[in-house]
Design a protein. Structure first.
Length: 234
């Protein structure tokens, strides 16, 4: 699976932003205050919302007032386009809002488009804890196949549908996207913290702040020495 684009609305400094044609490895470089850390935090926000719920993810960031872009009323919206394991382009849309003082998932959709002109299949379509999911996903793309849906209710209106439905094999694409969020590695690298690294041993992935850079370099040198030597230019 690979993320191809991400669109953000009303999330801190991003009133509206879109990154397209993303390769597998992306490096962001820019001056302070340009939104690099905020972009990283969006991925962490999704991971927090999946692991706990949207309300918990918002509260960890100081509440809706602190999280939403200034002079905007919302909702916070995140759209991710990705290639699932079968090579088809899927779209995940998530809108987070506040309703009567409570954080809710205003809208959550995972869909495929059937060709250039066909209507998309909404594999999940939820709002505030209730919605529908397609139960015959395996028939997607078959000529003449008709959509079969079932209704579901989540425990709370701030729970993501991909959290619950992603546990079942019948919802393969949902499960794949859930696993993608659960397993991605996020590191907002700060050179000052990397310089202060004093830990011994090795680490396979950078920490969220990059303070284990030396340990990752040791891991690459030990287990991927050929690649390490090709990339290292003193």
């Amino acid at each position: 699976m690979q993320i191809e684009s991400i669109e953000i609305e009303n999330y801190r400094v991003f009133k509206h932003a879109r990154l397209e044609n993303l390769p597998q490895l992306v490096t962001l470089v820019g001056a302070n205050g340009t939104g690099k850390s905020t972009l990283f935090d969006i991925f962490t926000f999704l991971k927090d919302a999946l692991a706990h719920n949207a309300g918990k993810a918002v509260s960890r960031r100081g509440g809706m007032r602190e999280l939403m872009s200034r002079h905007q009323r919302g909702p916070i919206r995140i759209e991710i386009k990705f290639r699932e394991s079968g090579g088809r382009l899927a779209t995940y849309e998530l809108a987070i809002a506040e309703n009567k003082g409570r954080i809710v998932v205003e809208r959550e959709i995972l869909k495929f488009r059937r060709g250039q002109r066909g209507q998309p299949w909404h594999f999940i379509n939820f709002s505030e804890g209730r919605g529908t999911a397609i139960t015959n996903e395996q028939q997607y793309g078959i000529a003449g196949a008709k959509v079969q849906r079932a209704e579901y209710a989540l425990d709370e209106p701030d729970v993501l549908a991909i959290k619950g439905l992603g546990q079942f094999r019948d919802f393969r694409v949902v499960a794949e996207f859930r696993a993608l969020i659960e397993n991605w590695q996020i590191s907002d690298f700060h050179i000052a913290e990397a310089r202060a690294s004093v830990e011994e041993g090795y680490a396979e992935h950078l920490s969220t702040r990059g303070d284990n850079l030396a340990q990752v370099a040791q891991y690459l040198y030990t287990y991927h020495s050929d690649r390490f030597r090709r990339s290292w230019k003193p």
